[in-house]
Design a protein around this ligand. Structure first.
Ligand code: GLN
Length: 290
């Protein structure tokens, strides 16, 4: 008599979801079901709904191996974006690994503002400071018609990734390695955009493990009060940006927006305002250079 085929319960999509949800829960994850759904969506390159339409499908041995290694990495709190080497920003996929800060949805507000003040066909000179993965510079290059975008970062490893992302998205950006706290840059810019490392050194310990243990330290904190980049940009922007040009700077939560606003010299800037992100949190400082 033929032996019944023994089904491996943990290779069907639905069984994996149920098993892994429990596994994540036991390991202290709050969104246990979401964690496994995200990993499966990436492995199967599909949307959440499709996981449930394909619930009976078995994963290949190859995919099961990858999935198990991903689950083990996630259990150690490695961010999902580093595990899958991918992050979505303004509707586009960017390659990321632990050499770059993971693009955040809040930063999309900076893009919205930039697009609302730049005339789309006007050959504007924009500089992205602390470009990291290049998400801001590359998104602006994609959204604008004829831009002239430059981007700098202190980290050569980050610049390698930004260049790869620019290539993947088929845009030209003038990338350069620079430490803006010391170096300067060419002038006649129309706009400076920057999402600097703004977490004060003394708040680093209170960050989530996912962030603290994995994201590059130099992309998170200036090693000081979290305000170094704003102080430097306050001094530098009037020399680099033409009168009537803009600076758009991302800021942190709590007292941070007000601290940053106070740094800006109102003899050098006008129309200083802080625009809120989609969560309603004050997030992007916008100012016109006099
Ligand atoms: N500009 C990049 C971003 O917003 C990197 C920012 C950073 O490294 N602090 O994602």
């Amino acid at each position: 008599m033929q032996k019944p085929v023994v089904k491996n319960n943990h290779s069907r999509v639905i069984d994996i979801i149920n098993w892994a949800e429990n596994h994540f829960l036991l390991n202290g994850f709050n969104n246990a079901r979401k964690e496994i759904e995200w990993l499966l969506e990436e492995i199967l390159d599909c949307k959440k709904l499709d996981l449930y339409l394909r619930y009976d499908e078995e994963l290949s041995v190859e995919n099961l191996k990858i999935l198990h290694s991903w689950i083990n990495r996630r259990i150690k709190k490695e961010p999902l974006q580093y595990i899958t080497e991918s992050c979505e920003f303004f509707g586009r996929k960017f390659f990321v690994n632990d050499n770059v800060f993971i693009p955040r949805p809040e930063t999309e507000t900076l893009i919205d503002i930039a697009l609302s003040v730049i005339e789309s066909d006007s050959n504007q000179n924009v500089l992205d400071i602390c470009t990291g993965s290049g998400c801001i510079a590359i998104t602006l290059a994609k959204e604008l018609n004829n831009p002239n975008i430059s981007a700098i970062d202190i980290s050569n490893k980050a610049l390698d990734i930004a260049m790869l992302n620019a290539k993947n998205h088929d845009v030209y950006i003038n990338f350069e390695q620079k430490n803006i706290l010391i170096d300067t840059y060419k002038n006649k810019l129309d706009m400076i955009v920057c999402n600097p490392p703004y977490i004060p050194m003394n708040e680093m310990d209170s960050l989530m493990d996912d962030v603290k243990l994995y994201e590059p330290r130099i992309a998170l904190t200036d090693g000081s009060d979290g305000l170094s980049f704003y102080k430097r940009i306050n001094d530098l922007a009037p020399l680099l940006v033409v009168p009537g040009g803009y600076i758009l700077l991302e800021v942190g939560l709590n007292q941070h927006p007000q601290f940053v606003k106070d740094i800006l010299d109102d003899k050098l800037y006008s129309q200083i305002e802080i625009v809120s992100d989609l969560n309603g949190d004050p997030r992007i400082l916008k100012a016109l250079v006099n």
